[in-house]
Design a protein around this ligand. Structure first.
Ligand SMILES: Cc1cc2nc3c(=O)[nH]c(=O)nc-3n(C[C@H](O)[C@H](O)[C@H](O)COP(=O)(O)OP(=O)(O)OC[C@H]3O[C@@H](n4cnc5c(N)ncnc54)[C@H](O)[C@@H]3O)c2cc1C
Length: 395
């Protein structure tokens, strides 16, 4: 957002704190939880409301791992980093359970299954299984003879899958509520879009039309919208829309999926929803140019594609109960970024930081990553997500 000189109002309220956090999604809320744990004063400013963007609109998979399967990730990031990433996501799920996520109504312990619909992907899953076992990670290769009796396996379209036994699904919006409820001393200002961050000798000033936050440090957690406040992120974190739909099969048995499925290299994902409902998302990869947008609309091309998958994998007899979309922040290597950035108006001098770009895995990584970002920024904790790996953005 830009603001004309006429629209600037004198801030009604000035808040002073150690850390200003911009964005109340999973990342920003988790960062605020860590600030409180460290005894740092903090305030969150949010353009809409907590969980209004990707964090409240996603599929709710708490799946171990990263965007690619284990074997491909090892090829891409190296074996040590991959093992560390898988451990990171396992810890993230465990820490969310410890926080009380299991008692939210939408939570369900459910194995996730990375399913292959083509032989080359199945070969990668076999390789992944072997490497994961060597690295001490529990998983199991399954197929239609493994006794998982649900619509997906009955469809005969899935050749095989790699089962992660300790995964779960939840309502992402309930997760946002759970994270918000952890905050006891941090004010959350909603409907407060930040239009500018300024840095001067006295510290950082985060400007919205109604309030002004003055802080020693700023952590920008606006994910796909990062480049709006920090232009140096434009090539680092790119917006990509993800579309979803929910359907109610005529036969309730078809909705009883026994795993949450992540198919075609994660391009499509499908899970059970409310009783009698199936939730499906993806098909973005077939419409990549159209989906490189921040718009929260749905399109008939992608929605039709999703319904084709429903008919192929679940049932031809169903009614659609909801359609929606959300915007993810993608990085080139599909890993989050944490680092100092320059805000739009002036050099940040290392006091303005960004954490985001969780690339379709914020549920699986966001809580741990948001908390970690504060420790990286304040204490210099080692990170595998440093922004400097892209050679740009450092303030
Ligand atoms: C359709 C879809 C399905 C997904 N499925 C899964 C899944 O199953 N599992 C998984 O792990 N991940 C999934 N993801 C990814 C996950 O949702 C994201 O990685 C995660 O929510 C990112 O959280 P965040 O807090 O970084 O960003 P967001 O939730 O996008 O939060 C950013 C916040 O910043 C605010 N903001 C932006 N600009 C400003 C400004 N100028 N001033 C103030 N506030 C501002 C926004 O309003 C927003 O609330 C999915 C995403 C989508 C879209």
């Amino acid at each position: 957002m830009t603001i004309s000189v006429w629209q600037r109002t004198k801030a009604h309220e000035v808040i002073r704190c150690d850390v200003a956090i911009i964005g109340a999604g999973i990342t920003g809320l988790s960062a605020a939880i860590e600030c409180e744990a460290k005894g740092l004063t903090c305030a969150i400013v949010e353009a809409s409301w907590a969980g209004s963007k990707a964090s409240g609109r996603n599929a709710g998979f708490l799946i171990r791992g990263a965007a690619s399967n284990y074997a491909l990730s090892c090829d891409m990031y190296g074996r040590d980093t991959t093992r560390e990433l898988w451990q990171w996501t396992e810890d993230n799920i465990r820490e969310l359970r410890a926080l009380g996520l299991e008692s939210t109504p939408g939570f369900r312990s459910l194995p996730s299954c990375v399913g292959a619909m083509a032989q080359d992907e199945l070969d990668e899953l076999v390789r992944s299984r072997d490497m994961m076992h060597e690295d001490g990670l529990e998983c199991e290769l399954v197929d239609s003879s493994s006794g998982i009796d649900d619509a997906l396996w009955r469809s005969g379209k899935v050749l095989g899958g790699l089962l992660n036994p300790n995964d779960a699904v939840c309502s992402p919006y309930e997760l946002v509520g759970l994270l918000s409820a952890q905050l006891s001393a941090t004010p959350l200002f909603e409907d407060a879009e930040v239009y500018r961050i300024e840095v001067d000798d006295s510290g950082c000033v985060v400007r919205t039309r109604g309030i002004e936050v003055r802080a020693s440090r700023v952590l920008v957690c606006t994910n796909a919208y990062g480049a709006g406040l920090c232009p140096s992120l434009v090539e680092v974190v790119k917006p990509n829309r993800g579309q979803m739909c929910a359907v109610r099969p005529a036969n309730p048995d078809d909705a009883e999926l026994l795993c949450s499925y992540y198919l075609n290299h994660g391009s499509e994902y499908i899970r059970r929803g409310e009783p009698g409902e199936v939730i499906m998302g993806g098909a973005r990869t077939y419409h990549a140019d159209e989906e490189a947008t921040k718009s929260d609309d749905v399109t008939s091309t992608v929605q039709n594609h999703l319904e084709e998958f429903i008919r192929e994998l679940v049932t031809t007899d169903y009614v659609v109960t909801a359609r929606w979309s959300g915007t993810m922040g993608f990085t080139r290597d599909a890993l989050p970024v944490i680092g100092a950035v320059d805000p739009a108006q002036c050099p940040g001098d290392g006091r303005v930081w960004f954490c985001g770009g969780l690339t379709g895995h914020g549920m699986s990584m966001g809580y741990k990553t948001g908390r970690h970002a504060i420790r990286v920024m304040i204490e210099g904790e080692r990170t595998m997500f440093g922004l400097d790996r892209f050679g740009s953005g450092a303030g």
